[in-house]
Design a protein around this ligand. Structure first.
Ligand code: TMP
Ligand code: MG
Length: 214
């Protein structure tokens, strides 16, 4: 058997409070315990210069045109794109907590044209697997911490969820690996479902890293 020439790129997506960050952390630990080199990346990455502008916008400390903030979110992914491909090529599994799908869903929800939203993300490193943590917006709202940032409102999340579902259908139609996980279940059960989807990918990626929608 040919030796895999790179590691897997796994994206975790979902609504606010769907448990993405918790599950990304659990998956990171599980892979680390299995002696698989792994790096967890979070989008938006609020530590960069662009990320600081995004952070200020999300906390409602600044206002930006809808298209301008959309492009900043995308630029925040592009500034890490070569880091991601370098990690994958060197055998480190990459987990991204949110990615381009959040970018499209949250901006298109505001009424920006869907194709316009997708354009700047075309060509980014393509995930080998996207796990969509699906949750009822009312259940998400009942979890702690809701309402602190822009977008953390049930009515916004409802619209975003519909767009995530549209993106998921399109990804599946084009043969990309988009797996829906019931995030309303308990933490351990969700972690098991995620592991079931991730485990077969570890050590088995032997095609070159793809480019999103290219
Ligand atoms: P976070 O809560 O995961 O840190 O994400 C912050 C918010 O930013 C969340 O409501 C989703 C939103 N978002 C976008 O609007 N566009 C994007 O491209 C990303 C990555 C997140
Ligand atoms: Mg949030």
């Amino acid at each position: 058997m040919a030796k895999p020439n790179r590691s897997a790129f796994i994206v975790i997506e979902g609504l606010d409070r769907s448990g993405k960050s918790t599950q990304a952390q659990i998956l990171h630990e599980r892979l680390t315990n299995a002696k698989t080199p792994v790096e967890l990346i979070k989008f938006p990455d609020r530590t960069t210069a662009i990320g600081k502008m995004i952070d200020s916008y999300l906390r409602s400390e600044s206002e930006l045109d809808d298209r301008a903030i959309h492009l900043l979110f995308t630029a925040n992914r592009w500034e890490l794109a070569s880091h991601i491909t370098t990690l994958l090529a060197s055998g480190t599994t990459v987990i991204a907590d949110r990615y381009a799908f959040s970018g499209i869903a949250f901006s298109a929800r505001k009424g920006l044209p869907y194709e316009w939203c997708r354009g700047p993300d075309v060509g980014l490193p393509a995930p080998d697997l996207t796990l969509f943590l699906n949750i009822e917006p009312a259940v998400a709202r009942a979890r702690g911490g809701y309402g602190e940032e822009r977008y953390e409102r049930e009515e916004v999340q409802r619209g975003v969820r519909e767009l995530f579902e549209k993106i998921g259908r399109e990804m599946q139609t084009e043969g990309s690996s988009w797996v829906q996980v019931d995030a309303g279940k308990g933490k351990d059960e969700v972690a098991e479902d995620i592991w079931g989807a991730v485990e077969p990918l570890i050590g088995s990626c032997d095609s070159p890293i793809g480019r999103l929608w290219d």
